[in-house]
Design a protein around this ligand. Sequence first.
Ligand code: ATP
Ligand code: MG
Ligand code: MG
Ligand code: MG
Length: 566
Amino acid sequence: MRLSRYYIPTLKESPAEAEVISHKILLRAGMIRKLTSGIYNYLPMGLRSLNKVAQIVREEMDSAGAIEVLMPTVQPGDLWKESGRWEFYGRELLRFKDRHDRDYCLGPTHEEVITDLVRGEVRSYKQLPLNLYQIQTKFRDEVRPRFGLMRGREFVMKDAYSFDKDEAGAEESYRLMYEAYKRIFQRIGLKFRAVRADSGAIGGSFSHEFMVLAETGEDTIAVCQNESCGYAANLEKAATMDPGGQCPAQTDVPAMEEVATPEQHTVEQVCEFLQADPSALVKTLLFDADGEPVAALVRGDRELNEVKLRNLLGANELHMATPEQVREWSGAPVGFAGPAGLKVQRLVADFELRLDQGWIAGANKGDAHVKNLHLGRDAQVEQFADLRMITPEDPCPECGGRIEFWKGIEVGHVFKLGLKYSEAMSATFLDENGKDRPMIMGCYGIGVSRIMASAIEQNNDDGGAIFPPSIAPFEVCLMALGGKDQSVVDKAEELYTQLTEAGIDVLYDDRNERPGVKFNDADLIGYPMQLVLGGKGLKNGIIEAKDRRTGERTELPLDDFINNFT
Ligand code: ATP
Ligand code: MG
Ligand code: MG
Ligand code: MG
């Protein structure tokens, strides 16, 4: 490609709106342009890099046995009503109506669509396992779109969905994806960690996030420093056992009882509210055994939240309790709310994690609280393997080693869904005995566009980006610095033709610009290698190769250049 006929609108200054380095560089290097909040155009250089990420993902998905499809962006609301998420998804789901007044949404994820597709096609166990994936544009009306491609509203995701006939198969599908993800991030050349994304209490390995390590990451992860151990968990979820693995014995706690509490507002309403206001920071929903949300934890100023909730919901009476009240009211070593038969471990763990951090409990369905739950008496202690957030002073919950906290960017997420969607949407198959059974599902996401930004977060210097060769817009930038010296131009033309014919991914900066401009642009965009031909070099029969990462310059003989280069 010739730069004189290409389109790379680089900028001298970074636009004021850009806070993090990847955002600044992507804008300055002319790779992306903002259309509106969280929505970007990919310019030619940005698109090349994006396509390279997508291609690596695609190759590794294919070799892991997943099969590519392409699903629509626009999804019928009816499917989301069937799965139950129409109400629960909150405001990240952009809903709208068509001319017939029917509900639709822009897909933030595709569990509903894929489950609908597969239930219509797969009848027998002989058609399983099946893993379908796509690379496609997602829309999430993020409450706080920011950092450019890192948290957009419209972004490119690879999402895969596996369908299995039994647990062993589902675990194997999960393992295959986990391994494929490791290969993807290795091939791209990112420093990453796979971390546990669940509390560890539901079996430990049903959900992992892949974190690119970078200071600007929005997540904090706890990582064991003992290399043979390998424990790593998202701090949001990382919790540790009380010393001795037991909860403090409380013999004088009265019997557990269910108590009626006044009807408040629904969880759906609270979710809606939480999504609407970032300062509330409501992230944790409590689910019952069927996966239905029953309560939400709200953080922030109590009075303010109460007023906001009241306005928002038009509710007259709200139940808002402080952590102390919850503790006192539940009478247990840890407090929790919700109907009996809850997925208690999750609930208790979450509560314990939040109580010390000024979380406020509220928003129950009413008539449904449990008082005086006593661990070890009313619920099995094993269920509560993790009760408390890890601090850097804690020993590693797995090996007793030292824990460190790192910052990370979530670039991938593998998740065992189980029967959640197949049961709600009747995606069943006939097993070996002719019995109708729901398929066991898994879902696996990768942030394709977010990877581009994370690669820059991890690889940059004052001059600009230092792209890993695997996803650089071009691997080599050839520059002729001869000024009016026609012999330099002629030689550069010849080299460009040779490089192109040899299949090298080369951009030729043939612009009539000063050397400084060319150098700055090349550093900013971050091609892994620059080839610089000057008048003096030509006379001496050499061309200079600069390694963008190390800055190291090597003189290569022009004689038989192409054969030595490749
Ligand atoms: P986050 O915690 O950052 O909001 P998520 O857990 O909501 O991400 P998933 O539902 O797990 O995201 O989606 C799969 C992947 O899609 C994520 O691991 C991430 O790489 C990417 N992704 C999610 N939201 C965004 C976004 N707003 N912009 C860019 N990429 C995103
Ligand atoms: Mg999210
Ligand atoms: Mg996440
Ligand atoms: Mg995730």
